[in-house]
Write a protein that binds this ligand. Structure first.
Ligand code: KG4
Ligand code: ZN
Length: 338
């Protein structure tokens, strides 16, 4: 068999990323973040697309260089078609189209949400691959989904958020506490030193496998406002406990629904993915669930949790094997059918 070399490009939000895969192995995985958004407390779409324009050429060059692969060796170009910010997606899509035309190699459009799930199929020492069917909990800054994954190209959403995503719950809670964007990793960091049961927050009542996080955000806002009114140093003095309690509540909300999903489907293989699966509390809880509930859980390698192009590349590889190619008329989609 001939080796397949995929160049993958991801530019759906505020990270410009490129990766080169040799079959299902990652040769290079380059991500350029965008500091600029910190000042604004959230991603500014117009600034994001401009930064992608600046970053995309050096990031792709670096990915090829680190992989020690020449453009002429590439088998195909994979790129994120959506979902995401239109101005950001357009940069990656246009670049991928042009390069595939210049090199006369196939073009492969990838759904970012599929990629977060299928990142588990990257060949990595010490990481098992799930077997079909399995359940995927995809938790990111824009999405919260439980997906029944029947096959590489056959998956169905069986639960999702009705308002905010988990990542937003983390980031908005952090913002309320005066922490910089994105606050998720900071809550994770401070939570390590705190008592998860110091403060109680009520969990939302949402039917079925769906989620809601906007009520929790409001609850945390009132909780902080009330306590800061009584003690202006409340946040500073109790940062670790507040963060641990918020994180604990979020993890409980996720676990409640996962248990329901397992009961409904009878599937006990659970894979997590998306930026929030970088969270150490979630990773630990999932690992503990193996003994506690008899599940087999899959927690991705840290660098494949937040947005990256290697995950786009592994979907590209599977699509390549199945000859699922796109022609140059393919367009970016801010919203995309699952
Ligand atoms: O998947 P991702 O990189 O981008 C999207 O597609 O949204 O996810 C970004 C989200 C942000 O909300 C960020 O705060 C959150 O993932 N995040 C975390 C952690 N690391 C990243 N949330 C909690 N704990 C973390 N360690
Ligand atoms: Zn993502």
């Amino acid at each position: 068999y001939k080796d397949v070399f995929i160049l993958a490009i991801e530019s759906s939000c505020d990270d410009t990323a490129a990766s080169v895969l040799q079959n299902d192995k990652v040769l290079s995985n380059v991500v350029a973040g965008q500091k600029i958004h910190e000042e604004y407390g959230g991603v500014v779409p117009e600034l994001a697309s401009r930064a992608h324009q600046q970053n995309i050429v050096p990031v792709i060059d670096m990915a090829l260089k680190r992989a020690n692969i020449a453009k002429s060796q590439l088998s195909a170009i994979a790129f994120t078609q959506g979902p995401g910010l239109m101005g950001s997606l357009l940069v990656g899509t246009s670049f991928a189209k042009s390069l595939s035309m210049a090199l006369n190699i196939p073009l492969i459009a990838v759904n970012h949400m599929h990629a977060h799930i299928l990142a588990h199929f990257i060949d990595e020492e010490g990481f098992d691959k799930p077997e079909f069917p399995f359940l995927a909990l995809t938790i990111s800054g824009g999405h919260t989904q439980i997906v029944k994954v029947n096959d590489f190209f056959n998956m169905e959403i069986i639960g999702e958020t009705t308002d905010d995503a988990v990542g937003e719950a983390f980031d908005k809670s952090a913002k309320i506490m005066g922490l910089p964007y994105p606050g998720g990793p900071l809550i994770d960091k401070f939570a390590k030193e705190g008592n998860p049961k110091a403060y109680q927050f009520t969990k939302p009542k949402v039917p079925g496998l769906n989620f809601s996080f906007s009520g929790l955000k409001t609850q945390i806002l009132y909780f902080i406002q009330k306590n800061v009114a009584e003690n202006p140093n409340f946040i500073e003095e109790n940062k670790a406990d507040i963060c641990a309690s918020i994180q604990h509540t979020i993890i409980e909300i996720l676990m409640d629904k996962l248990k329901m999903a397992v009961a409904e489907t009878g599937i006990k293989q659970i894979a997590i993915g998306g930026g929030v699966s970088a969270n150490s509390g979630i990773r630990q809880t999932l690992k503990d669930a193996e003994n506690k509930y008899g599940w087999k859980t899959f927690v991705p390698k840290f660098e494949y949790t937040t947005d990256n192009a290697a995950m786009i590349g592994i979907v590209g590889y599977q699509k390549y094997l199945n000859q699922k190619f796109n022609d140059a008329s393919v367009v970016s989609k801010a919203r995309i059918e699952f």
